[in-house]
Design a protein around this ligand. Structure first.
Ligand SMILES: CC(C)(COP(=O)(O)OP(=O)(O)OC[C@H]1O[C@@H](n2cnc3c(N)ncnc32)[C@H](O)[C@@H]1OP(=O)(O)O)[C@@H](O)C(=O)NCCC(=O)NCCS
Length: 215
């Protein structure tokens, strides 16, 4: 699926990712996810450095379920990095407190994820935000999941904005956790992202048998 936008200040389109996008994707992650994604934004510089050396997330592109937003010059300015469930957070997250947190959320959500596609990582270049790019990437992901036989789409939204994006394309919140309520043994909140990112939400859309076969 290709979606062209000239509604914003910049021109961009959505395309499927390939394994050849890895180095340009790494540059985007360093301009977005490793700076202001709510969980990583709370880490110190040493811990953030662990993410910058992490390449496992780029291997997700080889699965063929991810999408990028690119400019006419070929610059990647947004991405939805998607992977088939089930998977282990340990494979993709270098920081143990993040692994523990996301594993806790998975357990508490009590969801059988077999057959679902997970929108694992949604990021937009700061210069291209508020143009509907994240929504277009999420919609492309949803259409792809339905077309290729997944039974639904799941998103673990650490950002308030991702929750808004996913709700706008029909996902429903199935689990909520206030960051304030996830505490270490000494009683302190482990993650304290800036407002409005006060809660993590898990969102889901299941496809009916009928809608999968119609695509
Ligand atoms: C979250 C993120 C991907 C959103 O990208 P985006 O392209 O700006 O989002 P969209 O333009 O598609 O916005 C869709 C909706 O999200 C909400 N939203 C997004 N950014 C917002 C902001 N800065 N303030 C308020 N609402 C916002 C709005 O409801 C918006 O709809 P509207 O513009 O019609 O009001 C982007 O802010 C980002 O990359 N953040 C850093 C990485 C991150 O946190 N990723 C998500 C991890 S779960």
């Amino acid at each position: 699926m290709v979606f062209n936008s000239s509604q914003g200040k910049f021109n961009w389109k959505i395309e499927k990712c390939t394994g050849e996008d890895k180095s340009r994707m790494q540059e985007l992650l360093e301009r977005t996810m490793y700076i202001d994604e709510p969980l990583t934004s709370t880490l110190d510089d040493v811990s953030k450095g662990l993410y910058k050396n992490e390449t496992a997330i780029l291997d997700i592109l080889d699965q063929g379920h991810s999408f990028k937003a690119i400019t006419p010059e070929g610059r990647i300015v947004g991405a939805a990095i998607n992977l088939a469930c089930p998977f282990s957070y340990e494979t993709y997250e270098p920081f143990q407190e993040v692994v523990d947190f996301l594993a806790h959320v998975s357990r508490e959500t009590k969801l059988n994820s077999h057959g679902l596609l997970d929108l694992y990582n949604l990021g937009v270049d700061p210069d291209f935000r508020r143009q509907g790019m994240a929504k277009a990437l999420a919609q492309a992901t949803l259409d792809h999941a339905q077309r290729t036989g997944f039974t639904g789409l799941k998103v673990c939204a650490t950002s308030h904005y991702t929750t808004a994006v996913c709700r706008s394309i029909g996902l429903q919140v199935i689990y909520t956790l206030a960051y304030e309520d996830y505490r270490s043994k000494d009683g302190r909140p482990v993650f304290t992202p800036p407002p409005p990112h006060t809660h993590l939400q898990v969102l889901l859309k299941r496809f009916s048998e009928e809608s999968i076969s119609k695509m």
